[in-house]
Design a protein around this ligand. Structure first.
Ligand SMILES: *[C@@H]1O[C@H](CO)[C@@H](O)[C@H](O)[C@H]1NC(C)=O
Ligand SMILES: *[C@@H]1O[C@H](CO)[C@@H](O)[C@H](O)[C@H]1NC(C)=O
Length: 232
């Protein structure tokens, strides 16, 4: 009996003193726990490798976090000096009168002036002095071979050629296929009002556009009940 008690103590001692026992505390955080805002001085991003919030390396004057909260990014008006992902990004303010280039790595002046609120170039579509929109303009920083369009770098406004129209980002001109395929005689990519259905789709003739009407959504159906001889 005594021998077996001694044996049990020996086993217990062996288990306690040879097991490499440690207590790990895992702080459970989600992206919504990460601090944001002027008061915190630096923003925090959510580091998915640690499942924890980590501070950005520079304060909120220079850096903020990406829309998904998973990395730090330079604010508008800053340019990237280095970017290895996560917090490993370094930003530097652009010189007075310039803004962040479209790829984030340079600073550019703006032909159409700087919007002081967004700290970005005014859209080229507001180019006309009389305040009317020039919807055929795009903002261009570089020409096709990659050279800056101007030196020192400046985002300039270019007007799209006939039969082309700006893409949604206002950075390139593309052929307006939909309009030209139904109205081949046009050159200006503007669908006449009477040929336009709600939503902007262009039709060949105003007669092709169906008027909005309650009857459009009425579906006739008939319901037949058959007498069936059930077999089971
Ligand atoms: C943020 O950092 C910049 C550059 O290090 C510094 O000049 C500025 O004073 C800092 N701003 C605040 C609010 O700490
Ligand atoms: C790119 O094109 C511009 C204008 O045509 C030219 O001045 C410049 O030398 C070109 N760059 C290279 C690397 O060929």
């Amino acid at each position: 009996m005594a021998a077996s008690i001694v044996l049990w103590f020996l086993v217990l001692w062996f288990v306690l003193y040879t097991s490499d026992c440690a207590v790990y505390n895992i702080i459970h955080q989600t992206p919504s726990d990460c601090k944001k805002g002027e008061l915190d001085k630096t923003h925090e991003f959510f580091d998915i490798s640690q499942l924890q919030c980590q501070p950005c390396t520079q304060n909120s004057t220079l850096q903020t976090v990406s829309a998904d909260g998973l990395r730090c990014v330079c604010k508008n008006g800053m340019k990237i000096i280095q970017d290895f992902g996560g917090a490993s990004i370094q930003c530097e303010p652009c010189p007075q009168g310039t803004v962040t280039s479209s790829n984030g790595w340079s600073c550019v002046a703006c032909e159409n002036g700087v919007d002081p609120i967004s700290n970005q170039c005014n859209t080229c579509q507001d180019k006309n002095v009389d305040g009317t929109k020039q919807s055929r303009n795009i903002g261009v920083e570089r020409i096709l071979n990659g050279s800056w369009a101007e030196s020192p770098p400046k985002r300039i406004c270019e007007t799209c050629d006939l039969e082309t129209t700006p893409n949604s980002e206002g950075t390139q001109c593309f052929r307006c296929n939909q309009i030209l395929s139904v109205l081949p005689s046009r050159t200006d990519c503007v669908c006449p009002e009477q040929n336009q259905a709600p939503g902007g789709v262009c039709f060949q003739s105003p007669d092709d556009i169906v008027e909005e009407n309650q009857q459009l959504y009425k579906v006739e159906f008939q319901f037949h009940i058959k007498n069936c001889a059930c077999t089971s």
